[in-house]
Structure formats: C-alpha cells, structure tokens
Design a protein around this ligand. Structure first.
Ligand code: MG
Length: 288
C-alpha cells in the first residue's frame, strides 16, 4: 500500500468510526427520552390546587422566567432597573425653585467616588420613573462625623411612592423615639431589632413593598412593607397606616398605582449608593 493509499484508508476508517459513534449517541438520547419517567413534566389527572386553577404538578403551568442574579450579594439582578450605578443621577430629578418653580429640574445632589450625597436644603430627590409593588435595594451612610442627637443626626428617608417612609437616621448609639429610629416605618412601627452600623459605614436596606390599592378615593387594601436592614429582617409584611406625618396618625389619600420613589432631604449630607429596583408581579406570569 502506497503512503497515499494508507492515509486515504485511515481517513475513511475515521469517518466511519465517527458516524457509528454519532448514531450510538443518537440512539442513547432516544433511549434516555423513552426512559424518562411518565409524568415527569407534569400530570393532568391530579387534583386542582385549592383556590388555584392549576392541577398539582400541572404541566401547563408557566415556568418562572430566568433572571441572572447579581455577581455578588447586593448587586443588581438582570431584571432590575438600576437607579444609581455610581456614575450619575440621570434617573432622578428635583422640584425646581425660584424661576423653575412648578417644574422638575436636574438634581443638585453631589455625585463622587461611586456615591451621591444630599445637597442639604435643596429638596427631595424623585425618580423620573414611577413604581408600585417593588423590591428595592439601597445603601446609605450617615456622616462619619457625629453632630447633633436624636432626629438631628444623619436624618433622611426612603419614601416609597413619595409617601411611605422607611426612616434613614444614624441610629448607632443615638437615642430617639423608637418609631423614628433607622428602618422604622416612620411614626408607626420601630424596627424589630436595631442592626445599625457606625456612622460613616455603609448600611443596606432591602425592601419589599406592596402598594396600597384604591377604588376611586376609597382604600381597598393598605400598603405593606418587608424590610431587611443590613441583612437583618426588621419588618415582615407590616401594614403601613398611611402617608408619613409628624406628630399625627398617618392616613391614606388616594394616588396613582405607580408613583416616584423619593429620598428625603432633612438637611444632612447622607450618602447613597448601589440603588436598584425591581417591579414585582404575581405568580404565573407568562413565560418570555
Ligand atoms: Mg427621615
């Protein structure tokens, strides 16, 4: 056999071996499919779940959409709207003053070193977008230099729908009224525990908020908040009594199903970073 013929024969043998191997793999796949237990992808001869329209293990029930989680704890997952990524406040605005009164204007709060800082007495910050039911992640730091006491120390607030305040305050070794300390549903419920870090250190809130429901002017379901403060649960689906007020009992006034998120300017240079939000929908959303 010439050298050329030898190589040609080798090539043919290799091709035949590959074809046989591919056929075997194909047969194995078919066998595996056949071997998959009956009903492994669901059943239609099972009972209907009480209060639901689905059979137990219903094969037609929509599967949960895929979401890529954040790279590390606290980082935004793929379906989050990033409200501040360390660079700019383009997703936020403030109420205009003077000649700009009645208009919303670009914010004057300061952005530096991956965070933004309240420019005291310039007014609250509002998101340009509106939100209802949501999951919110926000990190904040009270000024490292301690000045003042009680409510006059690093006071700010996360106002869901521009109304329902989760208090921001330096609550490390700082006595104030209980329903006004950090992570309180301000004026309504103190946090269950106080896991505050020292002033100047970064703290996190992870909030699940259920917006109130109105029919016309009538409240038909109040708002609820679940809050984790530095990873520690401090409210568990706690009912909110109404719009934040001082020295009064909060009540509801009807508003839209979505409203801007706002951050309070209480006159202290509190810092914020890594802010993201997810709009929440119920179970069994269509697959996409
Ligand atoms: Mg406040």
């Amino acid at each position: 056999m010439s050298r050329q013929s030898f190589w040609n024969a080798t090539r043919i043998l290799c091709a035949v071996a590959l074809a046989i191997s591919a056929q075997q793999t194909n047969q194995q796949t078919k066998q595996q499919t056949k071997q998959q237990p009956e009903g492994d992808l669901g059943f239609t001869d099972t009972p209907i779940l009480p209060g639901q329209k689905w059979h137990v293990h219903d094969p037609d029930r929509p599967h949960a959409r895929l979401v890529t989680p954040g790279r590390e704890p606290g980082a935004p997952p793929s379906d989050a709207i990033v409200l501040f990524d360390g660079k700019d406040l383009s997703q936020w605005e403030q109420r205009g003053r003077g000649a700009d009164r009645g208009k919303m204007v670009p914010t004057q709060w300061k952005v530096e070193n991956g965070y933004f800082e309240i420019a005291p007495r310039t007014g609250e910050l509002f998101t340009r977008a509106k939100f209802g039911d949501c999951q919110l992640h926000i990190e904040w730091a009270a000024p490292a230099e301690v000045r003042g006491s009680s409510q006059s120390r690093g006071n700010s607030g996360v106002l869901l729908m521009s109304r329902y305040e989760i208090q921001v305050l330096d609550s490390y070794d700082n006595l104030t009224y209980a329903d006004g300390q950090a992570a309180a549903l301000y004026g309504q419920w103190p946090p269950l525990v106080n896991p505050a870090r020292k002033p100047g250190e970064w703290q996190s809130y992870d909030i699940v908020f259920e917006a109130p429901r109105f029919e016309g002017e009538r409240l038909v379901r109040p708002a609820f908040a679940t809050v984790f403060f530095n990873g520690v649960m401090v409210h568990h689906r706690k009912e909110i009594l109404g719009t934040m007020v001082y020295r009064r009992v909060a009540t509801y006034t009807a508003h839209g199903p979505e409203e801007p998120l706002s951050l309070q300017d209480h006159g202290y240079p509190v810092r914020f970073r890594n802010v993201w939000i997810r709009r929440l929908a119920g179970y069994d959303q269509p697959e996409r």
